[in-house]
Design a protein around this ligand. Structure first.
Ligand code: MG
Ligand code: MG
Length: 262
């Protein structure tokens, strides 16, 4: 526990404000991406548009070249959970598409994801999207200074299970700041094997539940990047970068106002 505590880099109010600038770029990019997602568009086309929007806004895509990742966004379709590589694949009516984007500006990262319907999706897919987004909201709502990080995962898992869904356990949320991935790890489930530090004011974390319609188990595709559900059932991913303040959670990547946590 003490080892973990030493790795956590708390942010000053000024530093959180700098992260807010990166997060603002992300929020505006997502509002535009929602308009671009439709049948016939390619994931590579979306990625190009996303990179252009980030750079036009004065940011740099955090993921481009990260451990060799070729895209600016991770774009994951249907049974793909996360880390999908953008390319020639055309989105089809009824697909769901997870889009995960990081932005760095003035040395500070923000990280966010949402999963969108393509055209008209069936009721099961729509329910998964709604519940997965609610899971993120529940995780965020559990944040309070003095609570342990584990309250986030407990809240997420309870909501997912109540709707018959499974939470991916092999990938977790994370601290974020000057590095895209910092301590602590933020599991989206009740976890007994990771350090469980107390959340203090100035902690900034990316909460990112991956909610599966079937099994929680995932496998890595042949491209060695894309994570896919083991049973090929649908998966949805939502993520916000959130600062812990004295008053509770501050969602840095909030998309404007009026649409729940988004
Ligand atoms: Mg992300
Ligand atoms: Mg992340």
């Amino acid at each position: 526990m003490s080892f973990s505590r030493q790795q956590i880099k708390l942010k000053s109010a000024d530093q959180v404000d700098k992260m807010q600038a990166s997060a603002d770029i992300l929020a505006s990019v997502f509002l535009e991406v929602r308009k671009l997602v439709r049948p016939g568009v390619t994931t590579g086309g979306l990625d190009e548009a996303i990179e252009a929007m980030i750079r036009d806004a004065g940011g740099v895509p955090s993921f481009k070249g990260y451990h060799g990742f070729p895209g600016s966004a991770c774009i994951s379709v249907n049974e793909e959970v996360v880390h999908g590589i953008p390319g020639p694949r055309e989105l089809r009516d009824g697909d769901i598409v997870g889009i995960d984007i990081g932005v760095i500006r003035d040395g500070w990262h923000a990280d966010s994801a949402e999963t969108l319907p393509v055209g008209n999706v069936d009721a099961e897919a729509a329910r998964l999207l709604r519940v997965a987004q609610e899971c993120l909201g529940r995780g965020i709502a559990a944040i309070a200074p003095g609570e342990r990080v584990s309250v986030v995962g407990v809240a997420i898992e309870e909501h997912a299970r109540a709707h018959g869904y499974a939470v991916v356990e092999s990938l977790v949320g994370h601290g974020i700041g000057r590095d895209l991935h910092e301590d602590p790890q933020v599991p989206n489930f009740r976890c007994y094997t990771m350090p469980d530090p107390v959340m203090e004011e100035g902690l900034v974390i990316a909460i990112e539940p991956m909610i599966n319609a079937g099994t929680k188990r995932v496998v890595t595709a042949r491209d060695e990047w894309t994570i896919v559900t083991a049973d090929r059932a649908l998966s949805a991913h939502f993520e916000h970068t959130v600062a812990v303040t004295a008053d509770g959670p501050r969602v840095l990547t909030q998309r404007g106002t009026g649409v729940a946590a988004f």
